[in-house]
Design a protein around this ligand. Structure first.
Ligand SMILES: [Zn+2]
Length: 1042
């Protein structure tokens, strides 16, 4: 980064006031302090005060009432759940509360397995549904989705130089992708429909090697469905299965399934679309290639395919992925299809080392150039006209004067001659150096700070956690993030310890010893020192190291088991505010904050509420204090990262609100033990301290508003103060914001749908920057174009976030019904509009959504939505929160785990064995399998695992000798051990959290924990098998079509 090559010519300046759309100056909404505050009357911070107990004299302001941002539109009305197909309103979740979530632990390693667990070889097999499928057949149709002919930028229409009077021109016609308006609808080629075969027979071969380029059709018999699912109008397939043959064993949301009915002939699971097949096929076709973004509306490679990316005018998929790269032209079409139109944006995504970093454009005092009307920033969608003296905005069509400093001639094809020298003209993503108008109070920001706030109550001392953190920080503080070219980090650091009271430390470099200041008045939190609290590690190294050595000893004999929490956050926020900088708090908390203080919490966990209308209350915060505090944190650029070490319920739903609303991250280590969880915690902490991050950020997504669509909803670790700007006290490279779009008007096929995401933030070096990502999508009035351009992985990301957000306001049952219903609508619309006529008994899926049903089923069965009281509330809240800020790659792996047959690995090659489908069917007694989903990692050992592997990996003669208590693998010097550890490291490097390894043996009790991740099978906590779900969806589709 930091190629300052684009310094513009000097100031013909044109004043560049605040940020058009953004509020200028982001002061906190004046006069809304919460409790205890650095408020109006300036506090005197004279000199560092000597150690000892200080008493606050800060003025107290009454708590201010909660500010629930109005996400009011779209109140969900259950009566809207229509089955009627045409003209349905897209179903929406409505959430009265702002985003939130949290969650705790890994559930029940309970000794009593859920009733439904019937041993490794039981249940879940798809056998029982055999009679539902008279036959299933797959045939191919039409061309595949992804032919992406490489095209050069097409020359924009040339305008003659000596000017004609300004005229409004059609916006630039960007090259269109293969899915342009001329593309003809592609539907499945009708398969010779088979006579309905006898029940129980399911003849379907999966298509040959080229199959995933093709759509497929399945023929399902009509009659066997009749008794299957209860009619969906009454809430989907419930747990009560009517009829003599419950054909839908793992029904939602019901309890353990019963296996009733006659044993069926075994179905061939290969007959239904395989995620592995789809993933591998995309790899075969596209891995190793360079994906260039020179065309509007291209469908990128899947997230699971390793591909180089080259920015040629549109943001690469590192930064933006969409649910569809071709939007429907009209809102009516969008409503009919019910395909959500959304972008998953990771604004600070890491760019791989072998790709070009982002350029930084510096226009000096002129600041970024933007459209006078819609305030969009200069980008490849602006078209220069009249010999280069004006340009027409691609977003609003407004014709703007080119300011003198920016003038440049056009070449013979009408393109500025400096086209390739200016990133903002030729690239999809770049940064501008922001001018003072983009800074808080028109002052350049100070470099951000990190404050480490360590809970030193009894359990953290006893577990050794406090010492572990202190020892690690001594090393870690040398690796604080810095600007690319900087020698040392500009960031400052500060330290607080706490239990029922707070201890601040003066670590000024000229002190011989650190000084401690205690604040006991947690009702009126204030920071007892300014000078010496936030310091440079380089300058204060010896004092800080001294402090970190002393902390574990100072509290070694503590008996204090109660903690406060909100005052800790308040203190950190006040410290940043007083130092006039943004920053992040690293909070290490072990228990529910029950000490008398603002934000005191009680244990309100009640799993009896699961699956009732009151379930949502489990995920709502206990008190409004946390949301108010989060709002104040965001206004002051104070991000909160929360590391939880719970031994019991800690109300993740409430505590987690702070990281969630401030752009922070939540980590959770249940029953923390140094030897097991220590390495993973340290790995997470290192990653968290070192990762790329921006502070005091605000993101706006502009669209061709006047031309038809706009952003309507945002999901992520963000705070929405209004309806258009996502605010984040900090945003790091892993955080993704999912943005939903709606039509205002008709979109033009010629102009397409343009998206510009602008993120204003403060860099780790204290520079105010504006990062811009541009992406052009196609538009079409043909359903086939829409369906060809969908990305199922992005769809699932959207569905997960919108459903998890809805959890705060809707009963689970309703949420699941909506998801199922919408899935059926999307597929039925395809069937109706794109597929060639065929028997209604055939299930026809668009190629791009072949695996939508299996992924959707995984979402429905996720811990958050499955609605089982056996899963801890904290764990559900935790997972919910983690998913809310996930990008597409992370959500894909989370919902459909990677299951890798280790026993097939080739120790002499670099390549990873191909994953297999997540089903018990794929396991074998003689196998060893690695399963991971980003939050859990398992190594499953079959009863007759190959001894040479066991010996190589564990250094014991057979699997019976393997110690399943171990949470990591021994480091042995042999090819098996090296290769497996390399695989583990490689998967770990791609994931958000470090996870401990669980070793499970086939047919031993802990295997059930592993089995819940075999997501194609019937769920242990409820939830249908893939096969059953497919039948259910097919039935819904048929109802919609009938
Ligand atoms: Zn404009």
């Amino acid at each position: 980064m930091s190629q300052q090559g684009y310094v513009a010519t000097p100031p013909y300046s044109q004043s560049q006031p605040g940020m058009g759309g953004y509020p200028t100056g982001f002061g906190p909404p004046s006069s809304q302090p919460l409790y205890g505050h650095y408020s109006g009357t300036p506090h005197s911070y004279s000199t560092p005060q000597p150690a000892g107990t200080l008493k606050s004299a800060a003025p107290v302001n009454p708590p201010v009432s909660a500010v629930s941002p109005p996400s009011a539109h779209n109140p969900f009305n259950p009566n809207n759940l229509q089955n009627g197909f045409n003209g349905c309103q897209p179903q929406r979740f409505h959430s009265p509360l702002p985003v939130s979530s949290q969650g705790p632990s890994f559930p029940p390693y309970s000794n009593s397995p859920p009733a439904s667990y019937q041993g490794p070889a039981s249940a879940a097999s798809p056998q029982q549904v055999a009679n539902q499928f008279g036959s299933m057949q797959i045939s191919s149709y039409g061309p595949g989705v992804n032919q992406n002919p490489q095209m050069l930028h097409s020359p924009p229409p040339q305008t003659s130089f000596p000017a004609q009077p300004p005229q409004r021109m059609p916006p630039p016609a960007l090259p269109t992708g293969p899915l342009g308006p001329t593309a003809s609808p592609v539907g499945p080629v009708g398969m010779g429909s088979l006579p309905s075969p006898p029940p129980g027979g399911m003849q379907c071969g999966f298509p040959g090697p080229n199959a995933s380029n093709t759509g497929f059709q399945q023929q399902l018999p009509v009659q066997t469905h009749a008794q299957g699912y209860p009619s969906q109008q009454r809430g989907g397939y419930g747990s009560q299965l009517a009829g003599p043959q419950p054909s839908f064993p793992g029904a939602f949301p019901g309890g353990p399934a019963q296996l009733a009915g006659p044993q069926q002939k075994k179905l061939d699971p290969d007959s239904i679309p395989s995620p592995i097949h789809v993933i591998e096929d995309d790899k075969t076709r596209r891995a190793g290639q360079v994906y260039t973004t020179n065309m509007r509306g291209q469908v990128p490679p899947l997230v699971t395919t390793d591909c180089g990316m080259q920015d040629q005018g549109n943001a690469t998929p590192h930064f933006i992925r969409c649910t569809s790269y071709c939007f429907p032209s009209t809102s009516d079409m969008a409503k009919q299809s019910q395909v959500p139109l959304a972008a998953v944006i990771k604004p600070l995504a890491v760019i791989p080392k072998n790709e070009s970093p982002l350029y930084i454009v510096n226009h000096g005092e002129n600041g970024p150039l933007r459209c006078n009307r819609c305030k969009a920033y200069m980008c490849p969608f602006m078209q220069f006209i009249e010999g280069g003296r004006r340009y027409q905005c691609g977003f609003c069509n407004c014709v703007n004067e080119v300011p003198p400093f920016y003038f440049q001639h056009l070449d013979h094809i009408g393109r500025r001659v400096d086209y390739y020298e200016r990133p903002e003209l030729s690239l999809g993503s770049y940064e501008f150096v922001a001018t003072l108008g983009y800074c808080k109070n028109n002052k350049p920001p100070n470099p951000p700070a990190f404050i480490f706030m360590i809970d030193v109550s009894y359990s953290n001392i006893k577990s050794g956690l406090v010492k572990l953190i202190c020892d690690e920080l001594k090393i870690l503080l040398d690796t604080l993030p810095k600007e690319d070219q900087a020698e040392i980090s500009a960031m400052r650091v500060g330290f607080v310890t706490y239990n029922k009271v707070l201890h601040f430390y003066n670590v000024k470099s000229n002190l011989a010893q650190p000084q401690m200041m205690v604040v006991t008045d947690v009702e009126e939190m204030f920071v007892p020192l300014l000078d010496g609290f936030l310091v440079s590690f380089q300058e204060s190294r010896s004092v800080i190291n001294n402090l970190l050595d002393q902390i574990p000893e100072m509290f070694a004999n503590t008996n204090e088991s109660e903690t406060v929490f909100a005052p800790v956050i308040q203190a950190g926020m006040e410290a940043l505010k007083a130092a006039e900088c943004a920053g992040k708090l690293f909070v290490f908390q072990s228990s529910l904050p029950t000490a008398e203080a603002p934000g005191k919490l009680k244990n309100r966990d009640d799993r009896k509420l699961v699956n009732t209308d009151k379930e949502k209350t489990l995920f709502q915060p206990q008190t409004s204090i946390y949301e108010n505090l989060a709002k104040e944190c965001v206004a002051n650029g104070c991000c909160v990262d929360l590391f939880l070490f719970p031994n019991q319920y800690v109300d993740v739903a409430t505590l987690g609100l702070l990281p969630l609303l401030t752009g922070g991250t939540l980590y959770k280590y249940n029953n923390f033990q140094i030897q097991n969880e220590g390495p993973h915690f340290l790995s997470d902490l290192r990653g968290d301290v070192q990762k790329q991050i921006g502070f005091d950020a605000i993101m706006r997504v502009r669209t061709s508003t006047d031309l038809g669509f706009r952003a309507t909803d945002f999901f992520g670790a963000i705070y929405m103060n209004n309806t258009t700007d996502a605010e984040m006290a900090a945003v790091d490279c892993d955080k993704a914001i999912t943005v939903e779009f709606k039509h205002d008007d008709k979109l033009s096929e010629e102009n397409g749908a343009l998206i510009q995401c602008a993120l204003l933030y403060t860099s780790v070096g204290g520079q105010r920057r504006l990062r811009v990502h541009n992406l052009g999508l196609n538009c079409s009035s043909h359903f086939a174009d829409l369906y060809k351009s969908c990305e199922t992985d992005a769809l699932i990301n959207f569905f997960a976030k919108s459903a998890y957000k809805a959890l705060l306001s809707q009963p689970l049952k309703t949420i699941k019904e909506i998801l199922i219903n919408q899935t059926a609508h999307m597929l039925a619309c395809y069937r109706k509009n794109c597929a060639s006529p065929s028997a209604v008994s055939q299930l026809i899926l668009p190629d791009s959504m072949k695996v939508l049903p299996v992924y959707m089923n995984c979402l429905l069965k996720s811990h958050i939505l499955v609605g089982s009281s056996e899963i801890s509330t904290d764990e559900r809240a935790f997972q919910r929160q983690v998913v809310m800020s996930m990008g597409v790659a992370d959500s894909q792996a989370f919902f459909y785990p990677r299951l890798i047959p280790i026993h097939t690995m080739d120790t002499s090659s670099e390549t990873l064995p191909s994953a297999v489908r997540c089903s018990e069917e794929r396991l074998s007694e003689g196998g060893i399998f690695l399963l991971e989903n980003g939050l859990n990692t398992f190594l499953w050992l079959g009863v007759s695992s190959p001894p040479e592997f066991i010996q190589g990996i564990f250094n014991v003669p057979s699997s019976t000798h393997v110690n399943t208590e171990a949470t990591s693998l021994p480091e042995l010097d042999n090819p098996y051990s090296k290769k497996l550890r390399a695989i583990l490291n490689s998967t770990k490097s791609k994931r958000l959290h470090s996870t401990k390894l669980m070793i499970v043996k086939q047919r031993e009790k802990p295997e059930m924990i592993f089995r819940q991740f075999l997501v194609e099978d019937k769920g242990l906590y409820g939830g249908a098998s893939y096969m059953d779900f497919l039948c259910c969806v097919h039935k819904e589709i048929r109802q919609l079509l009938s």
